[in-house]
Design a protein around this ligand. Structure first.
Ligand code: AGV
Ligand code: CA
Length: 309
């Protein structure tokens, strides 16, 4: 029996790569994809999602539009990237998506797909958690339908990646965008696995990896993913701008969980400046699981193998 999966992403390059990766997994049945307008503008990201589903012959997977906007906006240069992606040679001539305003709202899609599921559902979040929290606030009893939530978010024993005004740098962006929802999600004490910067810091996008991927360019997905990753290397070479395999690492947990080191901890989420969105260890906090390490070479090899198609 394949695992039923709902995915909510926020249109970043690694979010779209994560959607592709999910679609290569034989044991996963994707039952819905919703988009949060955090690291993207919504309409182009819905378009990218639709195109990737088409490319993988899965355009019947329903999409949901997240109309809720978080508290702390992402930089606009990051948000604009899906426009470039939709123009890549492998995607530009695929049929246009339906009117993006015709899609079900993201919380409703999550509610519909959870209520109609016959089995418990795994939820993958590669952006902020607002849509899921909105859905669970509306229909709290659906918490029982959740097998596990895998969320790329947080920074526990390492610094964050938010560098902006009125902030001390301790938060990770997916939590910072909507700290209130993050605080709520953690407080539910559902089976929640966070993939924080503590572990994603181990997996930067490297030229070595891209060079290995380029040797298999005759495979359509190696070609496309190589182009997507190349777009992430346009930035200034400092930690703040290094592009990591944040969401892809979280996604790969669905297929290779045994390669991760997991710890159960108690955490709290700050909702106020100067550390809004900081996730910190606290004995009086809520119980969550966090990944702290991964078999890095196994992970890169896994990606190379999955994209050989
Ligand atoms: O904080 C990591 C999250 C991931 O979900 N995102 C990017 C991934 O999709 C925000 C982010 C942090 N640094 C970034 C980000 C950067 N340099 N470019 C784009 N997004
Ligand atoms: Ca993301």
């Amino acid at each position: 029996m394949p695992k039923q999966l709902l995915m909510d992403h926020d249109g970043g390059i690694d979010d779209l790569l994560s959607l592709l990766l999910v679609l290569t997994m034989p044991d996963i049945q994707l039952t819905g994809v919703s988009v949060t307008p955090a690291d993207c503008y919504l309409e182009p990201a819905l378009e990218s999602s639709y195109k990737l589903l088409q490319l993988m012959d899965q355009e019947s997977v329903p999409l949901g539009r997240g109309d809720y906007n978080g508290i702390n906006a992402f930089p606009s240069e990051w948000r604009a990237r899906p426009e470039i992606i939709n123009a890549l040679p492998l995607l530009i001539n695929l049929p246009q998506s339906p009117d993006p305003y015709s899609y079900t709202s993201a919380p409703d899609l999550i509610i519909n797909q959870l209520s109609s599921a016959t089995d418990k559902v795994t939820i993958l979040l590669t952006g902020p958690c607002s849509n899921l929290v909105l859905a669970l606030e509306k229909e709290p009893e659906l918490k029982e339908k959740i097998e596990e939530i895998v969320w790329m978010a947080g920074a526990l024993r390492v610094g964050g990646n938010v560098q902006t005004f009125q902030h001390d740098g301790s938060a990770e962006w997916n939590v910072f965008w909507d700290p209130i929802s993050a605080q709520k999600l953690v407080s539910y004490e559902l089976p929640l696995l966070m993939i924080p910067l503590d572990v994603t810091n181990h997996v930067p996008v490297t030229k070595k990896f891209l060079s290995a991927l380029a040797t298999q360019i005759d495979y359509k997905l190696s070609n496309l993913t190589g182009q997507l990753w190349a777009l992430t290397l346009d930035t200034i070479p400092s930690y703040h701008y290094t592009y990591f395999m944040w969401d892809i690492l979280a996604t790969s947990y669905l297929a290779i969980p045994e390669q991760f080191t997991i710890e159960t901890v108690k955490v709290k989420v700050s909702t106020r400046p100067p550390n809004a969105g900081q996730t910190y260890l606290d004995e009086t906090g809520y119980v969550v699981r966090i990944a702290t390490d991964v078999n890095v070479s196994y992970f890169y090899e896994y990606l190379l193998a999955q994209f050989k198609r």
